[in-house]
Design a protein around this ligand. Sequence first.
Ligand code: ZN
Length: 79
Amino acid sequence: MKTFVWGLGTSDRCLRKEIRDELDKHAEQNIFAEAKKFNLTITEIGASRPICIDCEEEIKEKGIFSWSSFSKKKSKNRK
Ligand SMILES: [Zn+2]
């Protein structure tokens, strides 16, 4: 089984606003999409800020270990 570890943090801030709007996803969601594309299994995830409740659910559902804390809140930015 292939494993996939990807740290989060600066990637979303590096993107220009228009690209970020186009993606309309959380960094966590981008990672899930990338991993799926390359048929990789994510085993661990880490973010520089607390992970929102939507992403937390997905992380737990996939059995991923998180180095980050969970905010237990819905993201305010989520559309
Ligand atoms: Zn999120």
